[in-house]
Design a protein around this ligand. Structure first.
Ligand code: GYE
Length: 325
């Protein structure tokens, strides 16, 4: 057994034997079995991004002291609330989840708090008037991702003498990435009146819905300069619709997306997408490290941002073959 794991086992055992209590900075919960049981509720399993996020989490939990109970919400907030209520009933040590949407979790998180179960948000975040309902959140800075997409658009059209017409394909309504990427994109565009968002259809972060949404927009918008898709899957769907309308994506209509899944980087290498902002799903190792500290009562940061980068035609070939998702 590696040293780090042996240390964790010894520490948990010692604390169990010594009778846990408040000691300086370490407020330790009674270690019932020396094993940490974590209830995790995942949004769904609908995309390559989500599958990679799940794989990273499950693989990181594969160590003997941390037991994972994994539930899938099927894009339903109500199902996710029921998952969390079951974790509370089963008296898990820590709850972690990726909220489907930003609101509607206060009641169940108050139940978790009353049961003394710490909560960590992963990937997405919630909006709540009571910040004490969760201990920490780990994930991407969605606002910065949206702003990065806008900065590229402004650079690409910096010399334009005419209005730049933009279609924004929005993700799941009410979800943190959709709300914050939207805000970041507008912040990045600033007050330059040349840049006009002429349509904001919803594609629910899905390839098929992104294609359908773009097809509809193309029927009424005949002078589109840019498509900003809030994730690769919707952007890839939009490519199909743009080509079906007889236009060349990446040339007649520029395309900017977020995620950097393998298919997105392939379209970038082919010149059909012009710029991709990474949204890294591989947060499993950071999440497990955070959970261990939470369990041991060690002070944790309120927010842990994942490391991310951007891709463009000149650098994509250096990364595409090593993509884990
Ligand atoms: O961008 C999208 C997925 O929550 C950041 O959800 C994640 C988003 C991601 O459906 O592809």
């Amino acid at each position: 057994m590696p040293v780090r794991r042996r240390l964790l086992v010894c520490l948990l055992t010692a604390l169990a034997l010594a009778g846990c209590g408040q000691d300086g900075n370490v407020q330790v919960r009674p270690a019932r079995t020396g094993q940490i049981t974590v209830g995790f509720s995942q949004i769904g399993e609908s995309s390559r991004w989500r599958a990679a996020n799940t794989k990273s989490i499950k693989n990181s939990f594969g160590i003997e002291n941390v037991r994972l109970i994994f539930a899938v919400a099927g894009l339903s907030r109500d199902k996710q609330v029921a998952d969390i209520q079951r974790f509370i009933h089963d008296k898990v040590d820590v709850i972690a989840f990726s909220p489907v949407v930003e609101t509607g979790y206060d009641d169940v998180l108050r139940q978790a708090k009353a049961a003394g179960i710490p909560v960590i948000l992963t990937d997405r975040v919630i909006k709540t008037a009571d910040p004490g309902l969760y201990l920490s959140s780990i994930g991407s800075n969605f606002t910065a991702e949206g702003s990065s997409a806008a900065v590229w658009v402004k650079g690409e059209f910096r010399n334009s003498q005419k209005p730049v017409n933009i279609v924004e394909l929005e993700g799941t309504a009410g979800s943190a990435p959709a709300v914050q990427r939207k805000a970041g994109f507008r912040e990045g565009l600033g007050d330059d009146e040349r840049f006009r968002i002429v349509a904001t259809p919803n594609g629910n972060f899905s390839r098929s819905e992104g294609e359908a949404a773009m097809k509809t927009v193309l029927k009424t918008q005949h002078d589109i300069d840019v498509v900003f898709a809030q994730n690769d899957d919707m952007g890839i769907g939009a490519l199909t619709a743009i080509q079906a309308a007889g236009k060349r994506p990446g040339k007649d209509i520029k395309v900017v997306t977020i995620d950097a899944i393998h298919d997105g980087l392939t379209a970038l290498a082919e010149g059909k997408i012009n710029y991709v902002v990474e949204c890294n799903p591989l947060i499993g190792p950071q999440l497990v490290a955070l959970i261990k500290d939470v369990y041991l009562g060690i002070r944790v940061p309120r927010r842990v941002d994942t490391d991310e980068t951007v891709f463009f035609p000149e650098n994509v070939r250096d990364y595409i073959n090593d993509r884990e998702y």
